[in-house]
Ligand binder design. Structure first.
Ligand SMILES: [Zn+2]
Length: 448
């Protein structure tokens, strides 16, 4: 296996470089089309553990292959609020607490968001939350306001400017059925209406469920939909776009239960968030063009587990506050480009990671995709990549031809830092030969 793939790798690289009639286009890496960003508001590591004690098993997202922790501080406070943290995730910029994707401190200019970035690429976009629709977390992805409480302006930013295809969440607080309808949205107000939508013909929907935040899972949703139902309906609408989509999904009431130090409601909200992630993972199963990131904006309550009371019982916990804390939050990632999630993140890292995708093959991070990047793969050839995670850009825990193809698909992107990585056509063969010949000789000896 090692000998054959070593040979094949060199043959494909050489053939592509010297324009031999090899099927280079058949080995291109799969393009990232769909990005699903999922936020458990207030969900720290202890919240995840507490829910797992109740269910007797891990949360769905704990099975994701790439995991880490992220810092969350804002520009003006070690303890962030949802507005500043969601702005950091959506725009890559630290702002003051309460600011919605504007450059504050600074000149107050609008900061471009991930949702807007992907909209400009022709993708459909969506926001799904159990908070009211104009609440801070969704707002930071699709509005620009100096304060999170500017609800009517946030609604106007949604309906008139950023215009996400899907707006599903609690109602009132600046957004109304008539304003959404006059902006060209199909509107729904109940679970039955949501589930009856013709998702193949609906391209713009606004669901306002109730008059403020949606109810807690523990208390029952009545005629209103679960978060998982809103998310799967959103996927059914968004996935009609051949260009793909960007979707943000927020489990907002994890935070609100923790503000009240209610372990029962908190656990049940985390479980429904996990169910929602599972539904999204089920939709994405078998796809190679989709990335799912699951994280939180901050920890709420300073929760600390005191005892595991067994399956079906809420654990005994202590709380240090009814506010937020500065604790790091967990990050989980699955799918295309998930390997870009590292163990140590800041909440501003996502924007660059997710908008800089033409540089996917730049494994050494020098701003150019070239020979040095291939050498990282060769140096870890045929391993699981654990000694240098950069060597496995595909993220399948095997350093092989797929990883080479990821680099080739982005070959020559960026600005060459110097002649060492500059590969003009006539020189390419000799440089590649200098890599391939020792590799092949080494492989041959090893096989003997
Ligand atoms: Zn909060």
């Amino acid at each position: 296996m090692s000998l054959r793939s070593g040979h094949f790798f060199c043959i494909v690289v050489l053939a592509c470089a010297i324009n031999l009639p090899m099927p280079c286009n058949e080995v291109q890496a799969t393009e990232l089309k769909n990005i699903i960003f999922m936020i458990g508001d207030g969900m720290g590591p202890e919240h995840v553990r507490a829910a797992g004690m109740y269910t007797g098993g891990p949360m769905s997202f704990e099975s994701m292959p790439y995991q880490g922790l992220a810092t969350t501080y804002s520009a003006d406070n070690a303890i962030t609020d949802s507005a500043a943290s969601a702005t950091a995730m959506a725009t890559g910029q630290k702002v003051n607490n309460a600011v919605i994707s504007q450059n504050l401190p600074g000149d107050g200019s609008a900061l471009p968001t991930l949702l807007e970035h992907y909209k400009s690429q022709g993708k459909r976009t969506g926001l799904v939350t159990t908070a009211y629709m104009t609440h801070a977390t969704p707002a930071a992805f699709a509005a620009h306001e100096p304060h999170r409480n500017n609800n009517s302006q946030i609604a106007s930013d949604y309906l008139n400017d950023s215009r996400p295809n899907v707006l599903l969440g609690g109602g009132g607080n600046g957004i109304s059925i008539s304003s959404a309808q006059s902006a060209g949205y199909t509107t729904v107000t109940s679970r039955s209406q949501l589930l009856a939508l013709n998702t193949s013909s609906t391209s713009r929907v606004s669901g306002q469920f109730g008059s403020t935040h949606m109810p807690y899972e523990l208390d029952g949703l009545g005629s209103l939909p679960h978060l998982s139902e809103m998310a799967t309906t959103a996927l059914d609408i968004l996935d009609n776009d051949p260009d793909g989509f960007f979707l943000m999904v927020e489990g907002a009431k994890i935070d609100l239960a923790a503000h009240n130090n209610w372990i029962d409601r908190n656990v049940r909200e985390t479980i429904e968030f996990s169910n929602t992630v599972q539904a999204v993972m089920d939709w994405a199963a078998g796809r190679e063009d989709t990335l799912i990131i699951v994280t939180a904006d901050h920890e709420t309550g300073g929760m600390s587990i005191q005892s595991d009371n067994g399956v079906g019982n809420y654990p005994t916990v202590s709380w240090s506050t009814t506010g937020h804390t500065a604790a790091d939050v967990p990050v989980y990632a699955w799918g295309n480009h998930a390997n870009r999630i590292t163990t140590s993140m800041d909440n501003t890292d996502y924007y660059d990671l997710l908008t800089d995708l033409g540089m996917t093959g730049d494994l050494d991070g020098d701003g150019f995709v070239g020979i040095n990047d291939l050498n990282i793969i060769i140096g870890n050839w045929n391993t699981d990549g654990s000694s240098d995670p950069r060597s496995d850009p595909i993220g399948d825990a095997f350093v092989g031809l797929d990883d080479v193809n990821q680099v080739l698909a982005n070959w020559n992107n960026g600005t060459p830092p110097g002649l060492a990585e500059l590969v003009p056509e006539p020189a390419s063969t000799s440089i590649l030969l200098s890599i391939c010949l020792p590799t092949l000789m080494h492989r041959s000896r090893a096989a003997g």
